[in-house]
Write a protein that binds this ligand. Structure first.
Ligand code: NAD
Ligand code: PTL
Length: 521
């Protein structure tokens, strides 16, 4: 499938040598040569283009692909193919859809290392984490495969023997638009429930991470979905707009920033299309003095430094109760210093590069501003050049811990989307709740305490779509995930997501004669 410098040449994704070759690939060797759009069951060059975008290997700064951004014609072709596939797929029973999704899940599991390797090359996250992302991806397919056959309505008895029933029906052609931080996982979290409900999907990855969605498309085809059921179009904002504005698109599920979410909602409103918005956050993590300190420190690192801090639900406002703030801070710094930064394909690396140069500059800009506003950099926050010469032009930085922060500082108010933890101290539960909720975002929140009553009391008061008690950033597919406030609405994962990819039809059945005020006398 890909030309790579490990002697694999152009081979098929579904042959074991390909999987082994890709899984064994090293940083600095991959070049994407095959088309990156996927339509009607095959890779294709787009029928028209509205510009180009370059995709990088963040570990080295190399360009690995130049994308043709799909134009209006290509988007229309993808919609046409998806509509045709929808006709076939939506007529299948839940059990038939289940079988295909289970086969796709099996193939993802089988190709876990190869998919994770591609993800690491294109995104920069450590191979250790990329494998975890692939795990939640096949789990998501398995989960919705299991639910596909349980889509059912209600039967309601009415007077005179009449009755009604409801049917849960698919929406049609759904569009998925993804962010760059979890490229494969986002494609799975959107497509699995969409397909389980009987819809077709056109997925547009971020132009920074175009590669891994194609692997999913090939897997779906091989697993038996009709050609055109899952298409991939590449491009940036203009391509996304063509998709959202297309009259035959029934729904848009978007993962990305708040400003883009606003535009998606505006475009969808014009077509009265339902939207799911999975947006950004600035989540609080509250650490009470009665916590298990070791777990709280682990939780704080999980809440801030996974995927180089580029995680939507990160708990970057770390509120620590006054009595333990010094001890906690000392321990957090100690553990943060141990994080191994470097080549993301190496097994012991825990922090790779950020997604690209401009984003690295942006994150460093936040740290500079934090210092100007009076925060203290206790550790890290600097650009980092690994010793391996091939990594010289990668986008690395050291994880950063800020203290002396106050609630009004930019680093405490805005989503940085990088490895920057702000530590704030608090005295009382009431005070910390007010401060934690003082944000326009509401994606997630965390609490560390041994007091079970306080844990639930605080969770009930936090304005966030997900609250973690005594852990952070664990996202099992069985649990719904999504935001409050400006972090969006709609949910991914969990049983409830079936409702976001289906519509309810009510059928009334008359068992007697029609009674009408217009009857002839
Ligand atoms: N809540 C979640 O589940 C979740 C998950 C991952 C990332 N995020 C958020 O995503 C953001 C980072 O991702 P990003 O930088 O890729 O976000 P972004 O908003 O810049 O882009 C997201 C996607 O939207 C597309 N896009 C941009 N402009 C568009 C337009 N006008 N019309 C249609 N599509 C358009 C992009 O090409 C990309 O595919 C962060 O804010 C992060 O918190 C949220
Ligand atoms: C925990 C996975 C959610 C992804 C957010 O960026």
């Amino acid at each position: 499938m890909f030309l790579c410098a490990v002697g694999a040449g152009v081979t098929s994704l579904f042959r074991t040598p390909w999987i082994a070759a890709v899984a064994a690939m090293s940083t600095g060797t991959f070049v994407q040569l095959e088309p990156l759009n996927y339509r009607d069951g095959a890779r294709v060059e787009p029928a028209d283009s509205c510009g180009t975008e370059k995709a990088f290997e963040p570990a080295t700064g190399r360009v690995i692909a130049t994308l043709q951004c799909s134009g209006e014609k290509e988007v229309s072709l993808a919609v046409k193919n998806a509509k045709a596939a929808f006709k076939v797929w939506s007529k299948k029973s839940g059990m038939e859809r289940c079988e295909v999704l289970l086969e796709a899940a099996r193939m993802i599991k089988e190709q876990k290392d190869a998919i994770a390797t591609m993800e690491t090359i294109n995104n920069g996250k450590s191979i250790f984490e990329a494998r975890l992302d692939v795990d939640t991806s096949w789990q998501c397919l398995e989960y919705y495969a299991g639910l596909a056959a349980s889509m059912a309505g209600e039967h309601v008895q009415l007077p005179g023997g009449s009755f009604g029933y409801t049917r849960r029906e698919p929406l049609g052609v759904c569009v998925g638009i993804g962010a760059w931080n979890y490229p494969f996982q986002i494609a799975c979290w959107k497509s699995a429930p969409a397909l389980a409900c009987g819809n077709a999907m056109i997925f547009k990855p971020s132009p920074f991470t175009p590669v891994s969605a194609l692997l999913l498309a090939e897997i779906y085809t091989k697993a038996g979905v009709p050609p055109g059921l899952f298409n991939v179009v590449q491009g940036g904002a203009a391509t996304g707009q063509f998709l959202c504005q297309h009259p035959d698109v029934a729904k848009v599920s978007f993962t990305g920033s708040v400003p883009t979410g606003v535009k998606i909602m505006e475009m969808s409103a014009k077509g009265i299309k339902p939207v799911t918005l999975e947006l950004g956050g600035k989540s609080p993590l509250i650490i009470f003095s009665d916590c298990d300190l070791e777990n709280a420190v682990k939780g704080a690192l999980l809440a801030n430094f996974l995927s180089q801090g580029q995680v939507c639900c990160n708990g970057t406002r770390v509120f620590v109760q006054q009595e333990i703030v010094d001890k906690f801070t000392e321990e957090v710094v100690k553990q943060t210093k141990k994080i191994k930064i470097g080549d993301p394909l190496l097994e012991d690396t825990r922090m790779g590069p950020l997604i690209n140069g401009p984003h690295l500059e942006r994150v460093c800009g936040f740290i500079k501003l934090a210092k100007e506003q009076g925060a203290t950099v206790l550790y890290g926050g600097e650009q980092y050049v690994p010793t391996d010469p091939k990594l010289k032009f990668g986008y690395y930085m050291t994880p950063c811990i800020l203290t002396n922060c106050s609630d009004g500082m930019t680093c405490v108010r805005e989503e940085i989307f990088g490895p920057v933890m702000s530590i704030l101290s608090f005295e009382t539960e009431a005070e910390v709740l007010e401060r934690a909720n003082d944000t326009t975002f509401g994606l997630a929140a965390g609490i560390f305490t041994r007091d079970i009553q306080r844990a639930h009391r605080v969770a009930a008061e936090l304005q966030a779509g997900t609250c973690y008690i005594n852990n952070y950033n664990v996202s099992p597919v069985e649990l719904p995930f999504g935001g409050y406030k400006k972090s969006g609405f709609g949910r991914e994962n969990g049983r409830v997501t079936l409702e976001y990819y289906s519509q309810l039809k009510t059928v009334y059945v008359e068992m007697g004669n029609v009674e009408s005020p217009f009857e002839s006398q």
